[in-house]
Design a protein around this ligand. Structure first.
Ligand code: SF4
Length: 472
């Protein structure tokens, strides 16, 4: 158990008036030891908040007076103060097992914690869920939650999770739904394991047992070159097409029976099969946007000016582990501002080189991102803007999404690109300023402008270079 540590006290806030300071460790809040940011928020909602704190070696009492529901004005360091609940599954498709050795420790953490599901949209299998957890979720209305389904057949689910409790744990899904908790489901489709007839059976199982689920995302198995599971392989084109067909067929069925489409195929499937993305209206509010469902469609809408606010956050892979301030993963990834210019001089120092605003622009992205962006850029009819598809050799396998781009691959790609051009980089591949391989933009051989990963920000970066914020 670690203690909540105050990181920010807003000037003039009730916490500031009471004398709370950054660095204070909170021992108790109204006599209770908060386990996580959820309890913290509930406790600080009171009109009077009594804190026992430790400042250096001294323990102090701080009384914060405020009105009921008024923000206290203090932020703390992390979201969970007790231990994160780790997962006891050993899924053959787990991407964490496919990471290379030597990355930062936090990336290897396999969590299966309903609190992270609520706070960050992480998927939980419910194999470690308990009656007490259910009680808390219901009492505190921790909704929505995100649950990994994979298969409704108990034997297949247990086999996929390599956990005997895998089959039975979906009973918690029913219990959550019975208590009115909104649940989004996910199926990681592994060819030869839970596609084909098994996928049909799973969606029939959902219709039969959990028709009150909010939605289900079908995402393809992600493979890196470090995969050691012989049974795990990429989809063939035929298999990927079959998944899309199955999803479309079941959408019709769900629409007829429960009144909404329920199941969606990840954007990656449309990119793999070169099929057009479904119309925006079919995504019904883009509930699963951050799971890669409808992102390409929303990006196009944002880029073309059809919408004037970004549709949803782009959390990126492993977003919560390092970049998880208590404010949540929805906190800005690039706190310096909308767009910032970062980079190094060719001599390797930290000198910022600002290319001319009128310089040609290279948009860096993954191979899938390039397939989405190229038609949008072509429509601009600007010969000074190009898309640079960066091959992911670090992870290899079928990794092609922008969120998994690392410094090593960007460095290789940028070395081939001319000096003096502007290079735009989506912020989704950075967490707390670092790529997954631990490097930062300062190690890149060209200055890059880190741009929020949405169409509006990209449009602005292409059109309004003069107004960009430059951060040292
Ligand atoms: S439940 Fe998730 S974290 Fe745990 S082994 Fe399976 S894929 Fe990995």
């Amino acid at each position: 158990m670690s203690l909540p540590i105050v990181t920010v006290v807003a000037p003039g806030s009730p916490a500031a008036r009471a004398g709370l300071q950054p660095g204070d460790e909170v021992l108790t809040l109204n006599g209770q030891v908060p386990r996580d940011i959820i309890e913290w928020r509930l406790l600080i909602d009171e009109a009077e908040v009594d804190l026992e704190i430790r400042r250096g070696n001294v323990e102090l009492s701080v009384e914060v007076a405020k009105s009921d529901g008024e923000p206290m004005g203090a932020e703390v360091e992390s979201a969970l103060f007790d231990r994160v609940r780790t997962c006891d599954n050993h899924c053959e498709f787990c991407f964490i097992y496919q990471l290379p050795k030597g990355l930062r420790k936090s990336l290897y953490l396999k969590d299966d914690d309903y609190r992270l599901s609520f706070l960050y949209g992480n998927f939980t299998t419910l194999t470690r869920f308990t009656e007490a957890d259910l009680e808390r979720v219901v009492d505190e209305r921790l909704s929505p939650l995100h649950v990994s389904i994979h298969a409704t057949d108990p034997d297949i689910r247990s086999r996929m999770l390599r956990n005997a409790r895998g089959g039975m744990s979906l009973r918690w899904l029913r219990a959550l739904l019975d208590h009115g908790i909104t649940v989004h489901g996910q199926i990681v489709v592994c060819p030869g394991v839970n596609d084909g007839a098994v996928l049909d059976d799973t969606l029939a199982g959902v219709l039969d047992q959990s028709p009150d689920l909010a939605s289900i995302a079908c995402v393809p198995l992600g493979l890196s070159r470090f995969n050691a599971e012989a049974a795990m392989r990429e989809h063939t084109m035929q298999e990927a097409n079959a998944v899309v067909d199955t999803v479309h067929d079941w959408q019709e069925m769900f629409l007829r029976v429960v009144g909404h489409r329920m199941v969606f195929a990840a954007d990656e499937y449309y990119l793999m099969t070169d099929r057009p993305f479904p119309e925006a209206v079919t995504y019904a509010g883009f509930d699963m946007h951050e799971d890669g469902i409808g992102m390409a469609r929303t990006f196009a809408m944002e880029f073309s000016g059809e919408v004037d606010t970004p549709v949803g956050p782009q959390s990126g892979f492993f977003a919560w582990v390092d970049g998880a301030p208590a404010a949540g993963y929805r906190a800005p990834r690039n706190p310096a501002g909308d767009t910032s210019l970062r980079g190094c001089s060719s001599s390797g120092g930290n000198v910022l080189l600002r290319p001319r605003a009128s310089a040609p622009v290279g948009i860096l992205t993954g191979e899938f991102g390039a397939k989405v962006l190229r038609p949008l850029i072509d429509d601009l009819r600007r010969d000074d803007v190009r898309v640079i598809a960066v091959r992911n050799e670090f992870f290899g396998g079928n990794t092609a999404v922008a969120g998994l781009l690392v410094g090593e691959d960007l460095l290789r790609a940028l070395q081939e690109e001319p000096i003096g051009h502007r290079y735009l980089l989506p912020d989704v591949c950075l967490s707390e300023g670092r790529f997954l391989d631990g490097t930062t933009v300062d190690s890149l051989p060209r200055s890059v402008e880190v741009v929020p990963t949405n169409g509006i920000a990209l449009r602005r970066a292409l059109g309004a270079a003069e107004s960009m914020v430059v951060t040292p």
